[in-house]
Ligand binder design. Structure first.
Ligand code: SF4
Length: 355
């Protein structure tokens, strides 16, 4: 059967019932998110995928690393054994939906960094920590060395734990989340060092480093301008600037508050009618907040910044994923080999154990 219209989709969707779970990240287009069963940020959605006991298939409207995380958590050997050996396939509506920031830390680069770091400092003193926005390989690397994963919502708690375990952290792949969180924890700027893929970092700086940052960034947030933030704040003195911690420190330092997408949504939900906001995050979410809260004055931090990879979760892409399930012709399944998934699960479970 071909699924070409909303009616086709709804007919087939109804037939699948609870056997199918459709998840949608906050940054995907409105018309697609309207057809998802649950919405959230990447980790919350993966946890939903892991805790669901009834579904036999998942469509994850997001990007590749999110589907990987859902696969790792939903298809642990214990869960697969409980299902009599059956895996829950995790489908990505569009296989081109990658995350450029996750792709900024390849395993070749991370291994090379670890080797070179070992020539400059004692890596037994370094705990690798990765933002959940990273490949399964990088999560597995962290798990292998006793490290962990964090989200933008729990980064501070995770980094505090990590620094109670080892003298230093290697933080992958988002330099901004690592820097903003470390500074908020009171770590002096001279103890936060950027590792550059080509040049590395000076041995003297590394000797004092408590946090070694990878060079990655999310282009959606990285290019939000501190200059524009200053101008908009001057033009709208009553407006609160609320931004995502993937923005640069120059932007975050001007904000009234910074936090995850879930945090930003809560700030808006708790606002009083008439309040004014400048929001620094992905434009699909900002537009949705504007539309659902007409009682507030909400504007983007400068030009709207869209994640093109999230935007690839179009209705035809979602229809195509459901069609693959319906016709038992699976193509867009994201599967993490168990030897990688096992180590990645160690890192994820180290985070989940922190509560
Ligand atoms: S918004 Fe940024 S971090 Fe999120 S998927 Fe897009 S590029 Fe990656």
């Amino acid at each position: 059967m071909q699924i070409q219209t909303l009616e086709d989709f709804q007919t087939v969707r109804a037939r699948w019932g609870e056997k199918l779970l459709i998840l949608g990240h906050y940054y995907i287009p409105d018309e697609t998110i309207a057809l998802t069963d649950r919405q959230g940020d990447s980790l919350a959605l993966s946890q939903l995928a892991a805790s669901n006991e009834t579904c036999e298939a998942i469509i994850f409207c997001g990007v590749h690393f999110m589907a990987e995380t859902a696969d790792i958590l939903a298809n642990s050997p214990e869960k697969v054994a409980r299902r009599g050996g059956k895996r829950v396939p995790v489908l990505l509506p569009n296989f081109l939906s990658g995350c450029p920031m996750a792709n900024m830390a390849t395993m070749r680069e991370v291994n090379e960094c670890w080797t070179r770091l070992g020539q400059l400092i004692d890596t037994d003193e370094v705990l690798p920590v990765t933002y959940v926005n990273s490949s399964a390989d990088v999560k597995a690397f962290c798990g292998r060395y006793g490290g962990t994963v964090c989200t933008s919502g729990n980064a501070r708690r995770v980094l505090e734990w990590a620094l109670s375990q080892k003298r230093r952290i290697l933080f992958l792949p988002d330099q901004h989340l690592g820097r903003n969180t470390s500074l908020a924890m009171g770590i002096p700027a001279e103890e936060i060092v950027l590792w550059q893929k080509k040049e590395g970092a000076p041995a003297a700086a590394l000797e004092n480093a408590r946090v070694i940052l990878w060079e990655g960034f999310c282009h959606v947030h990285h290019f939000m301008s501190a200059e524009i933030a200053r101008t908009l704040k001057a033009q709208n003195p009553d407006a609160r600037l609320v931004v995502h911690p993937e923005c640069s420190q120059a932007v975050v330092s001007q904000s009234a508050s910074a936090g995850s997408t879930a945090f930003i949504i809560k700030e808006i939900q708790n606002a009083q009618p008439g309040e004014s906001f400048i929001i620094g995050t992905e434009s699909h979410l900002v537009e949705r907040l504007k539309n659902t809260h007409p009682e507030l004055k909400i504007q983007h931090l400068g030009e709207p910044h869209q994640c093109v990879n999230m935007a690839r979760n179009t209705l035809p892409a979602l229809f195509g994923a459901l069609e693959q399930l319906e016709n038992d012709a699976l193509e867009n399944v994201v599967t993490v080999p168990e030897e990688i998934a096992a180590d990645a699960r160690i890192a994820l479970n180290n985070m989940l154990a922190l509560g």
